[in-house]
Design a protein around this ligand. Sequence first.
Ligand SMILES: [Zn+2]
Length: 445
Amino acid sequence: MNKSLSLASIAFILSASIHAETSSSAQSRGLSATEMDIVAHVDRNNPAALVLLEKIVNINSGTTNQPGVRAVGQMFAAEFQSLGFTTEWVDGSSFNRAGHLIASRGSKGPRILLIGHLDTVFEPNNPFQKYEVVSEGAVKGPGITDMKGGDVIILKALTALDQAGVLDTMSVKVILTGDEERRGSPLEAATRRLIEAGRWADIALGFEDGDGNPDTAVISRRGAISWQLAVTGRPAHSSQIFVAGYGDGAIFETARILNEFRVALAGEENLTLNPGILVGGTSAAIDASTATGSAFGKNNVIPETTLVEGDLRAVSPAQLIRAQKIMTVIVAKNLAETGATISFSPGYPPMAPSPANKQLLARYSRASLDLGFGEVQAVNPRSAGAADISFVAQYVGMALDGLGLMGSGGHTVNEVADIGTLSTQTKRAALLLFRLGNPRLTVER
Ligand SMILES: [Zn+2]
């Protein structure tokens, strides 16, 4: 099936869904026998899903812990193989990361890409390492919602479809990247296979945790780029600071720049800017590969160097460019005897809130309502970080993210999953997939 034919099948899915809404609106909402069978399989598999989730959360897969990322990848590879998927490990040595897992199955029906990631922000030196039940329904764990829970939901939704005998009506590709939290470099090499999968697919579904609320999903994401600020001052005895010819030193100049960034940009809607690491003194260095920094300095010496790295997120390319211009102007207004340069690195493109994405969300919401789980609405893009789906959104007919395990505290040691959403999110995903793969059945309901 070529891409134009398969895009025609999307048009069919969308029109079928509209008919289904009309014809069933007077009938009682509910599930077909096949759909009820899918749901029953999800329930039956849920204990095994929890066991798998605990196991993989307890394997450290901080992005730079390559053996850990590979170990989680191997566990998923075995699981997907048992569902009849062909798996491939994409070696990440060319971009200094562990790599990605790609699992593919089927050649008929709409081409659906399911997106997850194997890595977490918690490196082996982080104190937060283990799965821990904190109370009924609440489980703490590094990467549990971002996004090992989402990866398990992908697997278990497909498992239920396989068990119900309906997995063959769609072509499925799963990509679990190994560097979503800290993208490998060069970026082009790190994202090549993800983009390739996006070019293949008609529909992309992402299983990030969105804003942690099961009543929302993501049809639009802000893009994110990173920036590096390097500031210099004139080294001298501290007694001479502010004196003509000695100046203000690198650290005061850095404070000025960062504060002016905040004042100029903090109020802008849908834009954020965050300095993530700062080191300064007589000498300073940041090791990008481990996200650590070091500095040497003395109280009685005017600091000579400061380094800061941060991110910048915006909802449109124009907003991103405007912010970069403002930052560049601020950086150039140096205090006495100091200098500063800023550079920007390419990052994640914005995912635009297209009409097709809105229709896919409506399909997902319909599935949720039919399951008795309530309506799902679009999340505020401000509450959705950049994610892998941003790289493919521009190539697919429609895209939806935030379908993963829900909870709170992502990227902190208080990352806690609302563990009851493991089965509900799996049911929603399985039902959406089934209906996307079987538009004719959906019409007949
Ligand atoms: Zn994530």
